[in-house]
Design a protein around this ligand. Structure first.
Ligand code: AMP
Length: 294
């Protein structure tokens, strides 16, 4: 199922962005497409606890070149605003995590959080979840990160089509996927969003293809975390911040319940008995996935 990993030079990681248009007020960053290299590798556990596994990428603005070669290999893209890495346990054919560099907590939020202070760019502790976001403090930075993510989604969608979709049958690497990943205008192939209750520290946006076809997707919790409203679309986060000034409080119990729901195909709604039958079904279900619009 997977395209073969390709070897990328270190330099490639640092030449991914080009500033197209600059004036005194606006800088437009245009991302140059680069191939998705699969699979991701888990970041080796460092001295900290497993929840701070992503922190190594955010410790200073210029730290990318100082990372070990194996960590640099995990980076798909980076610029001044964010670092995008390959998810270490990808739950789909394409799965990245975007880490905003400058989304830091307000002083009162910082005092409430535990843990060490090492992995932060700028003047405060990195945020943990969307529930910590406020419009006044974070909206502008969040918008920049989401704009970058949208460009990545555009590029990956093109790549995904050429690898897997039925419009390009000759190039398709997986003939099973033809029915399931029909390349219609409104079939969403990649999504971007946050887990309502993240397992890792440092706010991270998932960019993930909707096939959910991966050996790392092993249980109900994994599946439901991407197919129920536990997965909060990036657009929805932006919209709530804009309208309400902050993201609604997260009801932890209600969110945990979503992860226990029956295995239901997120395209056609059919209930599946277990993970193996669900996986077989997803490969042949030809209902397009049309995301809920907020
Ligand atoms: P979340 O539930 O939103 O916190 O998602 C965390 C993501 O990080 C999951 O998709 C995991 O597969 C991924 N992940 C967990 N541990 C590591 C690690 N050590 N290195 C890279 N990615 C990881």
């Amino acid at each position: 199922m997977d395209p073969p990993p390709s070897k990328k030079s270190k330099q490639e990681h640092t030449t991914l962005a080009t500033e197209l248009a600059q004036d005194d007020h606006q800088k437009q960053i245009m991302i140059i497409p680069r191939p998705y290299r699969f699979p991701g590798k888990p970041i080796a556990k460092s001295s900290g606890n497993w929840q701070s596994a992503l922190q190594v990428y955010l410790s200073s603005a210029d730290n990318i070149s100082k990372l070990s070669p194996s960590l640099q290999e995990n980076i798909y893209y980076h610029d001044d605003n964010c670092v995008v890495i390959y998810d270490g346990y990808p739950k789909a054919r394409m799965h990245l995590l975007l880490l905003p560099r400058r989304l830091v907590a307000a002083p009162d939020q910082r005092q409430q959080q535990n843990g060490n202070d090492s992995g932060v760019t700028g003047s405060g502790r990195s945020l943990r979840s969307i529930a910590d976001l406020s419009k006044d403090l974070h909206y502008e930075e969040l918008k920049k990160s989401h704009a970058t993510a949208r460009q990545i989604v555009q590029h990956l969608t093109k790549e995904y089509r050429s690898l897997y979709c039925n419009k390009n049958k000759n190039k398709s690497k997986d003939s099973n996927a033809d029915a399931a990943f029909a390349d219609t205008d409104n079939n969403c192939l990649l999504r971007m969003g946050y887990h309502a209750i993240p397992s890792l520290d440092n706010l991270h946006l998932h960019i993930i293809s909707t096939d959910l076809d991966s050996p790392c997707l092993k249980n109900k919790k994994h599946y439901n975390s991407f197919t129920t409203s536990f997965f909060v679309e990036a657009d929805q986060v932006e919209q709530e911040l804009l309208q309400n000034g902050s993201f609604r409080p997260i009801n932890e119990q209600a969110e945990e319940e979503k992860l226990k729901q029956p295995l239901c195909c997120f395209k056609c709604g059919e209930i599946q008995r277990n993970i193996p039958t669900l996986k077989q079904h997803l490969l042949v279900c030809s209902h397009p996935y049309i995301p809920f619009k907020t």
